[in-house]
Design a protein around this ligand. Structure first.
Ligand code: MSP
Length: 697
């Protein structure tokens, strides 16, 4: 029977826009789903939004909106984020949907009928941000919530209480007999000692506000938001054919909500009649993404943003590409630990491991296929194999198996490390066998063996990366002459078998799969993602792989042919990465939207370098305005070592952008348009002179 895999993320509060922390959990869930499908399993991935409760009600009031209109709007922002990140949930549940409301009331009745709900009163200290009571000993000085560092509110209310205390022993037995229920182990230890410390009955209704699901048969109360929210995992599949997926194998949560998921949630389910086999298999707690040492949140600190860059996942994906961001999130952070997030970090990883290792491998080998094998994958006869190939294949097989095991234990950073090691191994093999020399020596058989091995390893790596970089993997496979992966139930596509790339396959060499992060492009990327003070990642890059990329021993680089693209070089506009995705290319805007951009002819009056800002130039640009020339700070310094060349040049200026403050008195009042390729950057200009300020349309 086909194995099933059901993974969930927490449902996100709609009290603010999504940020990189939310994206993180969903990217992980998406990658896990893709991995399990690749292995022939039936996988289902659920995410959604948590829309009830006092916190949301207060935000709606602040926004001057009715709660339903408010949650509709914010929920849509979450839903709209996923396609931009290549995240494809099978279902997106909202707690204000009828299916969920009816489901929660059904499960409430079950718990009530089991005798686990009773009316009483509750007095305690409530944190609205957590939507939970705190004990006095948990609080920070000044009665502050330890998680949100905000004052708790004293509450005394008539409430429905859930007999949580009754489940203490059953919960402890669950943790003991099924240690996999709470992972990683450190979290289990914390939870076990919390439950051993004694459980009080839990207040599960509210009567001081109305934005929630009404308590069945008691209209003065709404159901506590956590009782409501936790049941989403069940209501999404309950009474549908997808119920077969129940129970979830992996429920992802961050550490602030581990108690709700590992204590309250199983207790609610036990009360509703669920036996162990019907409880979630594992609640997996991951760490926080930090920015400048602090948890990324809806209101990131200014200092963090200055050095680490924006935490808006959409802007990051627009500039750097979704796959590159996904790779970084899974590769950089040891899953389960906190991890520092930074834009220079993303670029550094992408360049060193995707561009200079994986992309490099493909683009080193392909030119040989065109030149010596008529564009087709060369044949390899068993008798032509040497000890070197046998060792290489054995090493790759070991790495592929180990990487699979790492995915199975949710050590994705390790799985990706092993994946990159496969590509590194092949780059070393390429260096050692020196196909450019073999080509000169006319030993076509040996040359064919080497090139076929390298190409097969590119296939292996593309498949291994595909849960994380689905689009880029498809591009790699396409250039190898292969079609997209089509996971099918019961067929394991994990590349444990050597030889998926068949002899005579016609390769399709194309543009570089991963952009080359050369200094001007990188500087523009950093600027447009709000990184002000960080050193560019280029300077911290590990050494490149050595070896030629053409058949004539040119220096190693990923790109056989530069692909020019347009790039904005001043702040606030995203610089396009070298490869433009089909989705980006087809994003049509109305003329009215275009007309909002005020483009003007400008004339550069002065240009100067800025001390200690290698990438920036300060320009004074005449736009024919009565107020005088404008100061524009542009990230083009590396392309213009002789700044005087710029003086007198006609440029195209985006004149109606909000000013951008670079700190230390540097404020930019506009942006220049430019085109850039991995090799060069030039400013947009005109063949004939026009008066400064002429409108460009
Ligand atoms: N609504 C509750 C969850 C209810 S689940 C039945 C909630 N929502 S939340 O909007 O605060 O999102 C919490 C989840 O978002 C975290 O558990 C985590 O998965 C993700 N993250 C939010 N910020 C994060 C970081 N800075 N780092 C990592 N993950 C983060 O709690």
């Amino acid at each position: 029977m086909t194995q099933r895999f059901y993974v969930t993320t927490p449902i996100y509060y709609v009290n603010g826009s999504p940020h990189i922390g939310h994206a993180y959990t969903s990217v992980v869930a998406d990658a896990l789903t893709r991995y399990h499908r690749l292995r022939g399993q039936r996988a289902r991935f659920l995410t959604g939004t948590d829309e009830h409760g006092q916190k949301i009600e207060r935000e709606a009031v602040k926004a001057g909106m009715a709660p339903q209109a408010f949650v509709d709007d914010v929920s849509q922002r979450f839903r709209g984020l996923w396609p931009k990140l290549g995240v494809q949930p099978d279902d997106f549940i909202r707690t204000t949907e009828a299916r969920h409301v009816a489901g929660v009331q059904k499960w409430w009745r079950k718990v009530r009928d089991a005798g686990d709900l009773y009316k009483g009163s509750y007095k305690g200290l409530y944190c609205v941000a957590c939507e939970g009571y705190k004990t006095e000993k948990e609080l920070l000085p000044g009665n502050l919530c330890p998680i949100h560092e905000r004052p708790v509110e004293e509450r005394a209310e008539e409430t429905w209480l859930f007999r949580l205390s009754k489940y203490q022993d059953r919960l402890l037995k669950l943790y003991e007999e099924h240690p996999e229920f709470v992972l990683p182990e450190t979290r289990r230890n914390e939870i076990v000692s919390f439950v051993q410390g004694g459980l009080e009955d839990l207040s599960v209704s509210r009567s001081n506000f109305t934005w929630g699901i009404p308590v069945p048969d008691d209209p003065g109360h709404v159901i506590y938001v956590w009782f409501d929210a936790l049941f989403n995992y069940l209501t999404a599949v309950d009474e549908t054919p997808e119920r077969a997926f129940w129970p979830p194998q992996i429920q992802l949560v961050a550490k602030d909500i581990v108690r709700f998921h590992t204590v309250y949630w199983p207790a609610f389910l036990m009360s509703a009649g669920f036996e162990r086999a019907q409880l979630p298999t594992t609640i997996w707690t991951h760490g926080y993404l930090l920015s400048g040492g602090r948890k990324t949140s809806k209101t990131p600190g200014l200092t963090a943003v200055k050095t680490s860059g924006t935490t808006d996942p959409v802007r990051i994906a627009d500039v750097l590409g979704a796959d590159v961001l996904r790779f970084y999130l899974l590769r950089e952070v040891s899953f389960g630990q906190d991890g520092e997030f930074s834009i220079p970090g993303i670029i550094g990883r992408a360049r060193a491991e995707l561009g200079e290792t994986v992309g490099n491998l493909l683009h080193r080998a392909l030119p040989f296929v065109g030149k010596y094998f008529d564009g087709r994958v060369p044949e390899v006869k068993d008798e032509s194999l040497t000890e070197t190939e046998r060792t290489l294949r054995a090493r790759v097989a070991t790495l592929v198996t180990e990487a699979g095991a790492a995915w199975d234990t949710l050590t994705m950073h390790r799985a990706l490390e092993l994946t990159i090691e496969v590509a590194r191994t092949a780059n070393r093999y390429f260096d050692e066998t020196a196909p450019w020399k073999l080509a000169k020596s006319d030993d076509r058989t040996r040359l064919g063996v080497v090139i076929a091995h390298v190409l097969e390893i590119v296939r292996v790596v593309a498949v291994m990366l595909s849960p994380v970089t689905p689009t880029k993997s498809e591009e790699l496979l396409h250039q190898l002459g292969l079609g997209a992966l089509t996971p099918t139930e019961d067929t394991d596509l994990w590349p444990t078998q050597w030889g998926g790339l068949l002899v005579n396959t016609v390769v399709r060499p194309g543009p570089p799969v991963f952009p080359k992060y050369d200094p001007p492009t990188e500087a523009a990327m950093l600027l447009s993602l709000d990184v002000r003070d960080a050193e560019p990642a280029t300077e911290k890059s590990p050494p490149k792989n050595k070896g030629p990329m053409s058949t004539d021993e040119k220096p190693a680089t990923e790109s056989p042919a530069a692909v020019p693209t347009t790039a904005a070089v001043a702040p606030a506009a995203p610089a396009a990465p070298a490869a433009v995705t089909a989705e980006e290319a087809s994003a049509i805007i109305a003329y009215d939207d275009f007309a909002k951009v005020d483009l003007r002819v400008g004339k550069v009056l002065t240009a100067e370098k800025i001390p200690r800002k290698d990438k920036l130039l300060k320009l004074s640009v005449d736009l024919g305005e009565a107020s005088g020339p404008r100061t524009i700070i542009a990230g083009i310094a590396l392309a213009f070592p002789v700044v005087e060349e710029l003086v007198g040049q006609q440029v195209v200026v985006v004149a109606n952008l909000a000013p951008r403050d670079f700190g230390k008195g540097l404020v930019s009042h506009g942006m220049l348009l430019a085109a850039s390729s991995p090799e060069s950057l030039s400013l947009a200009t005109f063949a004939k002179p026009y008066a400064a300020g002429t409108r460009v349309k």
